[in-house]
Design a protein around this ligand. Structure first.
Ligand SMILES: NC(=O)c1ccc[n+]([C@@H]2O[C@H](COP(=O)([O-])OP(=O)(O)OC[C@H]3O[C@@H](n4cnc5c(N)ncnc54)[C@H](OP(=O)(O)O)[C@@H]3O)[C@@H](O)[C@H]2O)c1
Length: 294
């Protein structure tokens, strides 16, 4: 079954993100019921056609799709744990940010109460919700996702990741690791170039080009990681480490922080000490952990 714009939905939690989610459902034509712990936040949505439920128990009913988006998983359990809430027969989609362990635990908790449960992560800001720019990740039982993929499509670009309820959270934090690493690398270069009078704005296009170029290496490097074989087709780790030393020296000489370059080199040094100097950069995956080592 795939639902359409006539599918009734409930949105629990009307913070900045919850209001955006409810607004997108309304705009797409879904009869939308909303609930928030603190009164008043539903007013504008009600003016746009939403029904404001007085309690979570009233907002959630069998066969209805319920989306919850509150501060954290503790708030999820508080809101849904109220005595009058019957989850039996509902599909609950949790778009609250958290970690994969919380997602898996909440899935077990909700399923034990008769709900179908999908966990999700929103990699977007409220103003993009309802547009293709809003990236929304989903994990849980495939048939539950398929049943509601159309309704979820009102929120943005929705990607199903797999049956493990923890996957959406894991992809979320992995994406953040990418984002912060790129930003920190850019800031290191910006700080260095500012010592020579180069504005951040002058360096930004060059940095953007480098970041985009490096991103094209990922699929090939990923193949090496999945094969567990790292032939140095472009450069060896030993060559990279010499350049890392230059980055540290330049930073030190310029009075720019060396914390990040030293961390990068320390990891490469460890891999070389373990005998990987003639191999290619992604061999460093072993410095980050081994599959199954949770
Ligand atoms: N905003 C963003 O750009 C963004 C982006 C990606 C993901 N997210 C995620 O979306 C979630 C919501 O973020 P937000 O920006 O909407 O936060 P927010 O504006 O601070 O709103 C928090 C919401 O959680 C509710 N809440 C907190 N504790 C509760 C409890 N114990 N019981 C019931 N409701 C409770 C609040 O209700 P009251 O009104 O009663 O306080 C409010 O509706 C977070 O997990 C956040 O990480 C947000």
């Amino acid at each position: 079954m795939d639902d359409n714009t006539t599918t009734p939905v409930t949105v629990l939690g009307l913070g900045l993100m919850g209001r955006a989610l409810a607004g997108a459902f309304l705009k797409a034509g879904h009869p939308t019921t909303v609930w928030n712990r603190t009164a008043g936040k539903a007013d504008r949505l009600v003016a746009e056609g939403a029904r404001s439920a007085p309690t979570v128990g009233d907002a959630v009913e069998p066969g209805r799709l319920a989306v919850i988006c509150v501060t954290d998983y503790r708030a999820v359990r508080e809101a849904l744990g109220a005595a009058d809430v019957k989850l039996d027969g509902t599909t609950l989609i949790n778009l609250t940010s958290g970690d994969s362990g919380q997602a898996r635990e909440t899935a077990r908790w909700a399923e034990a109460r008769g709900a179908r449960y999908l966990d999700g992560a929103i990699m977007a800001i409220p103003s993009t919700i309802g547009t293709p720019d809003a990236v929304i990740l989903q994990s849980g039982t495939r048939s539950d996702f398929d049943a509601h993929a159309s309704a979820l499509g009102a929120l943005g670009t929705v990607t199903y990741l797999g049956a493990d309820h923890g996957l959406a959270s894991l992809y979320d934090v992995s994406g953040l690791a990418m984002m912060w690493s790129v930003l920190n690398a850019w800031l290191q270069g910006t700080a260095l170039l500012r010592t020579a009078g180069v504005d951040a704005a002058a360096y930004a296009p060059f940095a953007q080009q480098i970041a985009a170029g490096v991103a094209t290496w990922l699929p090939g490097y990923a193949e090496q990681i999945d094969r567990g074989s790292f032939p140095a087709e472009v450069s060896s780790l030993e060559t990279d480490v010499r350049a890392m030393a230059h980055l540290i020296e330049e930073s030190e000489a310029a009075g720019v922080g060396t914390e990040l370059p030293r961390l990068i080199k320390a990891m490469a040094d460890r891999a070389i000490a373990a005998g990987h100097g003639k191999e290619q950069y992604p061999v460093l995956i072993e410095e980050f952990g081994k599959p199954g080592a949770r």
